[in-house]
Design a binder for this molecule. Structure first.
Ligand SMILES: [Zn+2]
Length: 402
């Protein structure tokens, strides 16, 4: 018996020797030490590109920006993926955020995870009211009350109250569809199009506030974490991000349930986050945008996908230029997601992607590409489209002056 290393060694030697000289014997090849194949752990592989290509540094956006998708505050209490408390924990002070915003030409940030009840009022007070025009806070459903019999009515009233407290929209985390269960954290999964949420969607339409909805996740998270998975390293580092197996619905089922919600509430505006939660398939996202006039998308945490299909992405931006919102998913001081830590570098990469035709650059400021081992290409958007994507489309949803 030979061990694995010896086997690699021999196979490598034979192949290499055969390539060099058809008549070379194994004995002769054994003297050529540099043909030895050395095992290398995937996590240690950091290839440096030898390409000579232009590197633009876009320090400031060409036009004023609204970042439609950030997380400045989070729930103080959650269990099994469900947020259970109105109280907020804050990840960045207004002062430290404003310093980056001013350097990067960011007029305003939308804090999607503003919570509800007292937590929401507190977040609005600290940011929106203290710095008018710079921060907009969204509310979230109070799932902790989900088992109460009149939840549908209570939740609709909670949205009205949140609106009076200053909420500018409703945020739905992927909790709905993947974590919320009949008994909140146990029982069967609650469907995205469960009719108990109908009054909530309708109330948002009546109040003219958008629903920023995240359902599902990258499609690779619904396939086995194996050698064929293009996000293998990411899933291997975060096994709990995988929704393959168990009682999880498929990605398709989740998107179809979401589509039924959008179709069933045509007077409500839905901003479907992360490029409609299917940036790997812009044809599918386009089809849905064509079907649903009340649907828009943001680009948060998906330039890694858009930028590896730059020609398709550029056409997508051209066709849907009135329905695509600039967004990053930025989180101050978060270190779990290197592609979305709120800092200057994060914005410079987004601006480079949107404003230049640079080739083959990193989509995240990380040693190893966090979402998959590829690089991206800029799409050099024309100025009128850039203005819409950076600012005007979000301003319309937030009902602020363009
Ligand atoms: Zn987010």
């Amino acid at each position: 018996m030979i061990n694995r290393r010896q086997w690699f060694y021999r196979v490598g030697l034979i192949a290499s020797a055969a390539a060099q000289s058809g008549s070379a014997s194994l004995a002769a090849a054994e003297g050529v030490a540099k043909t030895e194949r050395k095992p290398l752990d995937l996590s240690e592989y950091e290839p440096k590109s030898m390409l000579h290509v232009r590197e633009s540094h876009v320090e400031r956006a060409r036009f004023a920006v609204i970042d439609f998708h950030t997380h400045i505050s989070f729930s103080a209490k959650s269990a099994k993926g469900v947020e259970l408390a109105p109280e907020r924990r804050y990840l960045g002070t207004p002062q430290e955020l404003l310093a980056v915003m001013d350097r990067k030409n960011i007029r305003a940030m939308v804090n999607l995870t503003g919570g509800y009840e007292q937590g929401l009022a507190d977040a609005v007070g600290r940011y929106d009211l203290a710095f008018p025009g710079r921060f907009y806070t969204f509310t979230e459903p109070s799932y902790s009350r989900f088992t109460e019999p009149d939840y549908p009515k209570l939740e609709a009233q909670a949205i009205e109250q949140a609106h009076r407290s200053g909420a500018r929209g409703l945020k739905i985390l992927k909790t709905l569809g993947l974590y919320l269960r009949e008994n909140i954290t146990s029982g069967t999964l609650v469907k995205i199009d469960d009719p108990r949420f109908d009054p909530m969607w309708d109330t948002c339409g009546e109040l003219h506030i958008p629903v920023a909805i995240h359902v599902s996740d990258p499609v690779a998270f619904f396939t086995p974490t194996d050698r064929f998975n293009e996000r293998y390293e990411e899933l291997n580092n975060h096994p709990d991000w995988s929704f393959y197996g168990g009682d999880f619905p498929s990605n398709t089922e989740l998107l179809e349930a979401r589509n039924r919600v959008i179709a069933g509430h045509p007077k409500t505006q839905f901003v479907v986050l992360h490029v409609g939660n299917y940036s790997e398939n812009l044809e599918n996202v386009s089809m849905n945008l064509d079907r649903f006039p009340n649907m828009s998308v943001d680009i948060a945490a998906r330039i890694g996908e858009l930028g590896r299909q730059p020609r398709t992405a550029a056409k997508f931006f051209d066709k849907y230029q009135d329905r695509i919102l600039f967004a990053t998913d930025a989180t101050p001081h978060g270190d779990e997601f290197p592609q979305q830590v709120f800092n200057d570098k994060l914005y410079e990469i987004y601006y480079r992607f949107l404003e230049t035709d640079d080739e083959y650059f990193d989509y995240a400021p990380a040693k190893i590409p966090p979402q998959g081992r590829w690089r991206i290409y800029g799409i050099n958007l024309p100025e009128p489209i850039l203005r819409k994507v950076y600012y005007e489309n979000a301003a319309r949803h937030l009902r602020i002056a363009t």
